[in-house]
Design a protein around this ligand. Structure first.
Ligand SMILES: Cc1ncc(COP(=O)(O)O)c(C=O)c1O
Length: 434
């Protein structure tokens, strides 16, 4: 070999060619490696089968086999599947006046809690009397806003069933938000079970009046006492319930919207597409300014060019331009709303033309000026559909559909709320009974 390497005129004879030696060496090594690999795989299977058979036999005498016990202690999501402990309140609250519930003012008698520690995973799921959560003043959530939340509702159907609307989507989105904020995921099956259990415990708080519902707020906070910016090692997952009034006691009311051109809600690469508390504090200034000027909410533009339309207030936004329903595509800074998805799925099921794409302010203004915008509306859990009666850019206001609710907005509202309250056929399979 050395001789060959020193030889400037290497023969093409394969016996002497250095790379051929390497090839032969690898080939032999590879074959030996392969044989050893096969033997160890066979041995592994035999041992595994043996352990499984042994644990199954033992389970006949001692309970479930060992692997199942391990799986239930810590699921693939790291969520504890322990039984939910229930401690009922001994001092139930006096219920509020259900004809004047408002939004987010009253809370039921109980809440769900579950802890997380990095060495244990999620553990100790429990339902306890509703009350303050004790936090160390240095709890990381209070300083760096490592917090996620969801917003969903439970509805009473005319047959007395309690229905949830697409709850899987909420828990999936919660986990997407967790991924963005480096919070460990929660098993959606378990979260749903926890929510159903809590709703059953507080069933007598479920409002039954027309249009009323139980607002559900799951949230997760970083509780480790520490002042460095890094991932927390401890969290609390909590679910609270709040009976809420009908959003539109007197029918849908179109709102006046101001196009915000100073503050922005989110940028791509930020946290705009996650549902995290930190996204909302920065929106209050623009909201206050708009309200002082007599508007209900603001239309958010993209954070880089301030040119493309993103959302309206805390809702996704739709426009009907030239007969086509258009909504901004999920660019990375827009929250993927569950109501938005439901609207799109209904429109597509009915062959109503709809598009998800970027919409520039210029395109929208031109369409408004030429009378091509026949409807505009926001979509979100709280209102479901919120028709936009007018849009104001600086000092120029454009009225939409004469300030009235349009037919597409109305039908989407009727279809979604019909399914939510169990009054229309749930052909999409979105309702989940508690
Ligand atoms: C910023 C933002 N966009 C959109 C939505 C609508 O989402 P969903 O339809 O899931 O309620 C919400 C509602 O919570 C929101 O906070």
């Amino acid at each position: 070999m050395l001789e060959c390497i020193n030889n400037q005129h290497l023969s093409l004879n394969s016996d002497l060619y250095p790379s051929f030696y390497i090839f032969q060496f690898l080939l032999k090594g590879g074959i030996i490696h392969f044989i050893f690999g096969q033997i160890s795989a066979i041995l592994y299977c035999i041992v595994k089968q043996y352990i499984y058979a042994l644990s199954s036999t033992l389970s006949m005498y001692l309970g479930p086999p060992l692997p199942i016990k391990l799986a239930t202690a810590k699921t693939r999501f790291g969520a504890s599947m322990d039984k939910i402990r229930i401690t009922k309140t001994t001092t139930p609250k006096v219920k509020p006046d259900y004809s004047n519930l408002g939004f987010g003012k009253y809370f039921t008698d109980h809440m769900f809690l579950m802890d997380y520690a990095s060495d244990k995973g999620w553990y100790d799921p429990r339902i306890v009397p509703y009350g303050p959560i004790s936090l160390d003043p240095s709890a990381m959530v209070l300083h760096y806003a490592q917090e996620t939340f969801e917003g969903m509702k439970a509805y009473y159907s005319p047959e007395g069933k309690v229905l949830l609307f697409r709850p899987w989507d909420n828990f999936d989105r919660l986990n997407s938000s967790h991924n963005r904020l480096c919070i460990p995921p929660i098993d959606p099956d378990f979260a749903l079970e926890a929510l159903k259990t809590l709703l059953r415990v507080d069933i007598d708080w479920m409002p039954k009046e027309d249009g009323t519902s139980m607002y559900i707020r799951p949230f997760v906070i970083a509780t480790e006492p520490h002042l460095g910016v890094r991932t927390s090692n401890n969290y609390i997952f909590c679910i609270i319930l709040s009976p809420v009034a009908a959003y539109y006691p007197e029918g849908m009311a179109p709102v006046k919207i101001y196009v915000e051109d100073e503050d922005v809600r989110a940028v791509r690469g930020g946290t705009g597409e996650a549902k995290v508390g930190g996204n909302y504090a920065g929106t209050i200034r623009a909201q206050n300014k708009a309200q002082e000027m007599g508007f209900t909410q603001v239309l958010w533009l993209d954070g880089v060019h301030r040119k493309y339309i993103e959302e309206v207030g805390t809702m996704n936004v739709f426009f009907v331009i030239d007969g086509v329903v258009v909504t901004p595509s999920l660019s990375g800074s827009i929250l993927p709303g569950i109501t938005r998805r439901s609207c799109l799925e209904i429109l597509r099921a009915r062959n109503i033309p709809c598009e998800e794409r970027m919409i520039s302010v210029d395109e929208l203004r031109t369409a408004l000026e030429s009378g091509k915008v026949s409807e505009a509306f926001g979509s979100g859990t709280a209102a479901v559909i919120s028709p936009i009666g007018s849009l104001t850019f600086g000092d120029k206001t454009y009225e939409i559909n004469g300030g009235q609710t349009g037919p597409i907005s109305q039908e989407l509202y009727d279809e979604i709320t019909g399914i939510q309250w169990g009054k229309r056929d749930d052909s999409f399979g979105w309702s989940v009974e508690v």
